[in-house]
Design a protein around this ligand. Structure first.
Ligand code: ZN
Length: 167
């Protein structure tokens, strides 16, 4: 995709206030915490919500993405672009395993975790919604793969990381 295509897509995306998004997300998380009996349940519930969000995003943007990922490893580029379009920033780094079956996205300035500090819920994946979005995109594009969050800034890690792995 050339630069012209990227800009055209960028301009068509509606924007929403970051504060509004973060506050809504925080209340959604609070709600899940209240309803769940343990951290794993919260993580799973948020990832399921992310799956639904991913389905909507993919359907909405399907006609705007000119080159879908044909190979698993191409998600490194298409998801970087989708992340930029939806969050206004890029992943800090992307790592691909030698066998091209694992992609690792890192964000040192995760917009979901910004300003959030959780010290009493070890194992919580605060921005697990993204794992669910990745799950949906990979499944709907026909890949047998899974996503999970490896580290989370809100919990005190230096960066947020998500792993995408072919099964
Ligand atoms: Zn995060």
């Amino acid at each position: 995709m050339g630069i012209k295509g990227k800009m055209g897509w960028h301009l068509k995306i509606d924007k929403v206030s970051k504060t509004l998004f973060q506050a809504t997300y925080r209340e959604l998380m609070n709600n899940l915490m209240t309803q769940s009996s343990n951290v794993d349940e919260v993580n799973r519930a948020m990832q399921s919500i992310g799956f639904k969000v991913g389905e909507t995003l993919l359907m909405d943007y399907a006609d705007k993405i000119r080159e879908h990922a044909g190979e698993f490893v191409e998600f490194a580029n298409t998801l970087q672009l989708a992340y930029k379009v939806n969050s206004g920033q890029e992943f800090t780094s992307i790592w691909i395993s030698d066998d091209q079956r694992v992609i690792k996205f890192t964000d040192a300035n995760c917009p979901i975790c910004a300003g959030v500090e959780i010290t009493d819920m070890p194992g919580l994946q605060y921005c697990a919604i993204l794992s669910g979005v990745f799950d949906a995109v990979m499944e709907l594009r026909g890949f047998n793969a899974e996503a999970y969050q490896e580290s989370c800034k809100a919990l005190g890690d230096a960066v947020c990381t998500w792993i995408l792995r072919l099964r």
